[in-house]
Design a protein around this ligand. Structure first.
Ligand code: GRF
Length: 197
């Protein structure tokens, strides 16, 4: 039976779209819901246009109470009965109380070659460090931010003329290849890491 995948977004949803598009044919998973903390996230429209159910749980009403926000998320996704959660540009930190029950069943994509550059501004930080190679990582989610077992990485050479924006664009293109490749394997129960160069 196909695995049911919930995708969490906060914005453009380009990774989400690649995941949705990949889950057809003999893929071992199908999307069951796209959830956003931002009602204006463009990814919501993209999901709806493809007939994928959407849910919005705004974080502002829960200011100062992350656990209550997470309870609301759990309530919103429960009717869709996901087996796997993919974070795809979801810009809220999740606490242990949400992450623990999903351990081994929740993935995230991060725009750096972890363990380098957890958190934000990864492209500028790679440039500032003079790294010759940058990239992105898909990993299992644990309560530590941008941590957890690595399921795949894609490397991107840094060019002399790169700005944070040009580098981000090339990394994003690799994210779009890496995340669907990892999800396909992961949903089939294969946790061996993928390396794209
Ligand atoms: C991606 O770079 C992702 O790695 C990061 O936020 C960006 C989201 O882009 N966490 P999109 O919403 O998938 O277009």
């Amino acid at each position: 039976m196909s695995k049911r995948v919930a995708i969490f977004i906060s914005g453009g949803g380009s990774n989400m779209l690649k995941l949705l598009e990949s889950m057809t044919g003999d893929h071992p998973a199908r999307p069951c819901v796209v959830l956003s903390n931002d009602p204006m996230a463009r990814g919501l429209e993209l999901a709806e246009a493809r007939g994928v159910p959407t849910e919005v749980v705004r974080h502002e009403p829960f200011k100062g109470d992350r656990v209550a926000f997470e309870h609301a998320i759990s309530g919103a996704i429960a009717p869709h009965a996901p087996d796997i959660i993919c974070l795809a540009g979801f810009m809220r930190k999740l606490t242990e109380s949400f992450v623990d029950p999903w351990r081994g069943r929740m993935l995230n994509i991060h725009p750096s070659l972890l363990p380098k550059y957890r958190g934000l501004n990864t492209h500028a930080r790679a440039l500032a460090a003079g790294d010759p190679v940058h990239g992105c990582t898909v990993h299992q989610v644990t309560p530590q931010l941008d941590d957890g077992p690595i399921l795949g990485q894609a490397q991107v050479p840094v060019l002399a003329e790169d700005t944070a924006d040009s580098l981000a664009a090339r990394v994003l293109a690799q994210e779009h290849l890496l995340y669907p490749a990892v999800l396909r394997r992961f949903a089939a129960g294969d946790h061996r890491p993928i390396l794209l160069r």
